[in-house]
Design a protein around this ligand. Structure first.
Ligand SMILES: Cc1cc2nc3c(=O)[nH]c(=O)nc-3n(C[C@H](O)[C@H](O)[C@H](O)COP(=O)(O)O)c2cc1C
Length: 182
């Protein structure tokens, strides 16, 4: 069974991105893979801001990245790029932390003006960590994500379909890697 780590990079306590990450975990688990969530916001800010590579919290989070076959990176768009919080975490990862892994990039944003931020901002940073494959990502507008009373989210049907589509591609990539024994 492939293992997937979903990294949420929003600093918000009422984050849509984090809720989206939880929904993706459920969808991936329903496909028989094992997905868990790493909310960067829950890591000690002091360790992240001082780039304490050897801090227990950072070592533990880094080990979770190393142990996963696939990584989903979900971030809100801040100032036309990924969040600073996400970058503090990516910065403390080893140089080739994504080697051999399949990666799915996702972003939520407030305006379609930044729909390409995944490709011009996030993808190059992820590529520098030497992933095997970064599959097609998805940008969701915050208004397309409705937070329900039970804290679950509801997506517009067309967005829901596109999300399932990128998850399918991601899982197919993981299967190919598993069957090739990479
Ligand atoms: C400080 C800040 C900066 C933002 N900058 C952008 C931006 O440049 N482009 C954009 O599309 N959305 C921008 N947004 C909107 C957020 O990306 C959007 O609401 C996102 O869904 C928030 O995710 P979250 O609820 O997980 O934090 C910004 C929001 C904040 C709080």
């Amino acid at each position: 069974m492939s293992s997937v780590l979903i990294i949420s990079g929003s600093p918000s306590s009422t984050s849509r991105t984090e809720r989206l990450a939880r929904s993706i975990a459920s969808r991936i688990n329903a496909h028989g893979a094992e997905a868990t969530l790493l909310d960067v916001r829950s890591l000690p800010a002091d360790d992240l801001l001082n780039a304490r590579f050897e801090a227990p919290s950072i070592l533990e989070a880094t080990a979770r990245v190393a142990a996963a076959d696939g990584i989903v990176v979900a971030t809100p768009i801040y100032k036309a790029a990924y969040s600073g919080l996400l970058k503090t975490f990516l910065d403390v990862l080893p140089q080739f932390a994504l080697r051999g892994k399949v990666v799915l990039p996702l972003a939520t944003g407030g305006t379609v003006a930044h729909v390409l931020a995944i490709d011009y901002a996030l993808r190059p940073v992820l590529s520098s960590l030497d992933p095997l494959h970064v599959v097609n990502g998805l940008f969701l507008l915050d208004k397309q994500i409705t937070v329900l009373e039970d804290n679950q989210i509801q997506l517009e049907p067309e967005v829901d379909q596109r999300l399932n589509g990128v998850i399918d591609q991601f899982l197919a990539g993981l299967k190919r890697v598993a069957s090739a024994g990479i």
